[in-house]
Ligand binder design. Structure first.
Ligand code: NAP
Length: 361
């Protein structure tokens, strides 16, 4: 392919590794913007060889700004070989950044690692997908390539890294519970019964805090994936079906066609109002919590937490995770901070890139 030829000539070969970005949406665009800022500040990042979305792959021939503008402007295509399949463009030591939500792209993570290509991902469908896929990703790293997944949970908050370090240090994780969805944290922190919940959902969607189809957040599926990633890091080999998920989405909204979703949002209002009033009367706060427990299993859903609970504080889109282990049996180790948004996610991705580049160098 001509684009592959241009990639090689643009970077002068694979020595030292090059970056290939998949996904030029909200997160991918933020990665490009941050990459440019960091390079201007003299941070030694690997060269940016190419970027790709579902429509085009574009070589960086000197101006990243031009490259991303060309990728954004590419027309919709049907059929043909998707850009990610051009695996032969990549060489040992290169770094793929996956900023898509594509199951197909996630299916390539282990294959790239086996070829000696490092993978850095915001896409949770790699180690938050099927257990067999997650295990293949772990096994493939034995060949030497590295997997950077800091951005998949808490947008780079160090919860995932900390769990792995505790386990590597001989600690045993008993339980982890967390507020792991920035959009649900934002919705529930704003919900005080002065406005219908559906109004807040529309506001969150319009401001970009929630997905264009808010059912993706409200169903709890995103939290389920994050909990799977944390549980597996703690040594619990869970499958998605092992986590009980209590969706906030009523049946009528769940079954609505995409263009009827907005009209059905008000089906959220009555049940959420009832939960809020009950919680308020007992001095509790509603939080959407994911929890796994080595003894008692794993669940995702809405809980009314006393105000003194470690997960009940926090503002806006903040994420929180409480870790109980042999070392922290009664009072958990708590990590809290901004855990959503394109800026912090892009920073987490490029932190992983820099860590890998340093280790490879
Ligand atoms: N947004 C956040 O704050 C946030 C925070 C943490 C993690 N994440 C995760 O980051 C990922 C990206 O999120 P986003 O908000 O940036 O999504 P987005 O705006 O929808 O962008 C997704 C990008 O992936 C591209 N894509 C889809 N299939 C592809 C394929 N087969 N090959 C190459 N590119 C492909 C899309 O191409 P087209 O442009 O051609 O459609 C688009 O550019 C998701 O996994 C999300 O869960 C997001």
């Amino acid at each position: 392919m001509s684009s592959v030829t241009r990639i090689r000539s643009a970077t002068g070969g694979a020595r030292g590794g090059r970056i290939a970005l998949l996904g030029t949406g909200v997160v991918g665009s933020a990665v490009v913007a941050r990459y440019r800022q960091l390079v201007e500040r003299g941070v030694p990042l690997p060269p940016f060889a190419w970027l790709s979305n579902s429509r085009a792959q574009v070589a960086n021939e000197g101006s990243l700004e031009d490259a991303i503008a060309r990728a954004h402007a590419a027309p919709r295509q049907h059929g043909g070989v998707p850009p990610w399949a051009e695996g032969e463009a990549l060489a040992r030591g290169d770094i793929v950044i996956d900023a898509t939500a594509s199951d197909t792209v996630a299916g390539w993570h282990a294959e790239w690692l086996l070829r000696g290509i490092h993978v850095v991902t915001a896409n949770k469908l790699g180690n938050g997908g099927d257990l067999a896929r997650a295990q293949a990703i772990v096994d493939a790293q034995r060949e030497g390539a590295r997997y950077g997944d800091s951005a998949t949970v808490g947008a780079g908050l160090p919860a995932l890294r900390l769990i792995r370090e505790l386990v590597a240090g001989g600690d045993r994780i008993h339980a982890v519970e967390g507020v792991l969805s920035g959009s649900l944290a934002w919705l529930l922190s704003r919900f005080d019964d002065t406005r219908p919940f559906s109004d807040l959902v529309r506001e969150a969607r319009d401001a970009g805090y929630a997905e264009p189809d808010p059912r993706q957040d409200l169903s709890g599926e995103d939290v389920r994936r994050k909990l799977l990633i944390l549980a597996r890091a703690a040594g619990l080999p869970l499958e998605a079906r092992d986590i009980r998920v209590s969706s906030l989405v009523p049946d009528a909204l769940r079954d609505a066609a995409p263009d009827a979703v907005d009209a059905q949002l008000n089906t959220l209002d009555k049940p959420l109002r009832e939960r809020f009033v009950t919680a308020y009367r007992s001095d509790a706060r509603l939080c959407f919590v994911g929890r796994f427990d080595a003894e008692r299993g794993a669940s995702v859903g809405l809980r009314a937490l006393p105000l003194s609970h470690p997960l009940a504080s926090g503002h806006g889109t903040e994420n929180r995770a409480a870790i109980f282990s042999d070392r922290y049996p009664d009072r958990p180790l708590v990590i809290q901070g901004p855990g959503a948004g394109a800026g912090v996610t892009a920073a987490a991705l490029l932190d992983d890139v820099l860590r890998i580049a340093r280790q490879a160098g």
